[in-house]
Design a protein around this ligand. Sequence first.
Ligand code: HEM
Length: 362
Amino acid sequence: MARGAPTPTLAALALVLAASSVALHLCASSAASTPTTGRPPVAPGLSYGFYKRSCPQAESMVRRFVHDAVLKDVGVAAGLLRLHFHDCFVQGCDASVLLNVNGSGEKKAQPNLTLRPAAFKAVNDMRDLLDKACGGPVVSCADILTLAARDSVGETGGPRYEVPLGRRDSANHASVADVTAALPAPFFKVPAMLKILSNMNLSLDATDLVALSGAHTIGLGHCTSFEGRLFPQADPAMDAAFAAHLKQVCPAMGAPGTTPLDARTPDRFDNRYYVDMISRQGLFTSDQDLFTHAATRTVVDSFAKSQKAFFRQFALSMVKMGQIKVLTGDRGQVRTNCEAPNPRAVLPWSVVVEDAADSFVI
Ligand code: HEM
């Protein structure tokens, strides 16, 4: 599903650099980064320099891979970003979404049926490349997902930021029922989504919800994800012209079409998603309700006005999301094949390289 090449990132980069006074460590490139006033809390066992000694080229290799992949197919960026979200919200960021044991696993759950095959393939390709470069399976699949999501954001024009690493992979996947319960549905309203966030053992709040939903600035939705807003009658919360346009893409229930999540700049990571909301052109109820609901409306307004504010909060919220129920140290494993648990005899190769100065308990 190749679409146009991503637009240049320079303007976005300039905005990000201008945001360097914020409490988050944003960087233009890993080589030239300058620490700012602080970093978000880091879960015990994770650290920013985790692969510094065991595989120093890991981050640059993932970044190069994502750069090339996104040039060929910008949709891979959306696919990788969503994969990280679907990993973290279900049982924590442990790469369980990738497990494919005897044809069972989280992939079978309804919300995961539309995860992009190209994103799964990209993770496997990165696994192979990293194994060769690092002399074995040093970098966990969960960290590959984290880095690939981060770089997908940067490569489509969004903020560049650092992520703490050191996650380990789970040997077990969640049940289909657990996946469905853990992931918010597109017809959810704000209270239902906040309830899901409150189950994450992290202080993810309404601001995080609005910022993370901004990931819908790139990527596609299938008609089946929003047709309930078109039939039998168009949702009154939706702009009438937008509803008419969507009915052309999805003429009846069950139509096979897709449409961009952000109608204004579909392939560019920017703050236009929030302008869509204010214009009542959000695709899902879960998007539009962020503007309808009093608890989140002012945050939507502020992100629509300031891309800088959105980028800063998005990076912070992603670092938080990336630490949901992580496995570290001797818990979990570094899977040699991201799609299968290690055979019992295989010990994880990775070593814990923790920079105590970077670690704070959340
Ligand atoms: C907050 C509640 C959320 C809901 C209800 C939701 C729901 C959905 C749905 C239904 C789709 C389209 C599936 C399809 O029809 O193909 C989608 C796509 C997407 N979601 Fe979300 N999502 C949410 C949050 C997030 C978060 C937190 C992220 C990442 C940080 C994310 C990233 C994406 C991306 C990038 C796509 C496009 C995927 C592609 O084009 O392959 N979403 N989401």
